[in-house]
Design a protein around this ligand. Structure first.
Ligand code: ADP
Length: 261
């Protein structure tokens, strides 16, 4: 159980500012959904949190700056599912997911029985046991993406960053992966920050949404306040209907220009 605080985080690539003065506190067990059009700065923000890009401002876990922690400790606190992970084709599914245990076993160390059991459990929960001995180069994009999620979950880090984690998955596997994250959040207080293009899914799983546009927060709050047709039209240039189900689910439906009912 850990909280994540971002204070005035700014990221520049050369002279271009990709994220400007982002601040938020994600409570332990909370799920924050980042949304926004391509290039809004979502990936950059996630990469700043896990120290993959230089940034101004501070990132704190449980009140302690991540920059003050060792690399291994940071990796044990924050697990990250990147949008375009480097996938070693020759590695098996099991070997790849075992990499998630590297903060504990060291780079050349031997994994313990617990590490192997943890990997086996995650593979089973994502119905990936059948891929444990298959080489990654021979798997489909969706199968590989699920193994990347498994690798992050095998870390058992209290904070999970997801960058478009389900973009290559069919609707059933999307639900399976997001439900697993949701369950870990409920049962173990996992703190989640995700970037997702699917606005309905983002609203369904997140406690609150933050809409970024050109690196700046332009809307934030419960999904009912952020997923509004006028807001989405302004920042995505999209025409949608937003449907509210009785149970509170919000469904964002794109409209077709010449579609008469
Ligand atoms: P999003 O994830 O919301 O699509 P990104 O964080 O990937 O947005 O990108 C934010 C901005 O930063 C974009 O204008 C993008 O072109 C730029 N950008 C992203 N990565 C780099 C990089 N490595 N070097 C220079 N500019 C980058």
């Amino acid at each position: 159980m850990s909280s994540l605080e971002l204070r005035d985080v700014t990221v520049r690539y050369g002279r271009r500012t990709a994220v400007t003065g982002f601040g938020d506190t994600v409570r332990s067990g909370e799920w924050l959904g980042l949304i926004g059009p391509n290039g809004a700065g979502k990936s950059t923000l996630l990469r700043a949190v896990c120290g993959l890009v230089d940034h101004a401002g501070e990132v704190l876990v449980d009140g302690v700056s991540l920059a003050a922690r060792s690399r291994a400790r940071r990796a044990a606190l924050v697990a990250y599912v990147p949008q375009d992970p480097v996938i070693p084709d020759d590695m098996t599914g099991e070997e790849y997911v075992l990499l998630g245990r590297s903060p504990y076993v060291g780079y050349f160390g031997n994994e313990s029985r617990h590490d192997r059991a943890m990997v086996a459990a995650v593979l089973e929960r994502l119905e990936l046991t059948g891929f444990a001995r298959r080489r990654l180069g021979q798997l489909s994009g969706g199968e590989r993406q699920r193994l990347v999620i498994a690798r992050a979950l095998a870390t058992e880090a209290p904070i999970l960053l997801l960058d478009e984690p389900t973009s290559a998955l069919d609707i059933g596997h999307q639900q399976q992966a997001l439900e697993l994250v949701s369950r870990l959040r409920r049962d173990h207080g996992l703190t989640v920050v995700s970037a997702m293009h699917d606005l309905t899914l983002a609203g369904l799983y997140s406690d609150r949404l933050t809409l970024l546009h050109e690196g700046v927060v332009v809307a934030a709050g419960p999904s009912s306040e952020v997923l509004r047709p006028d807001t989405l039209a302004e920042f995505y240039g999209v025409r949608v209907t937003v449907h509210h189900e009785d149970d509170g689910t919000i469904v964002v439906i794109p409209r077709r220009d010449d579609f008469a009912r």
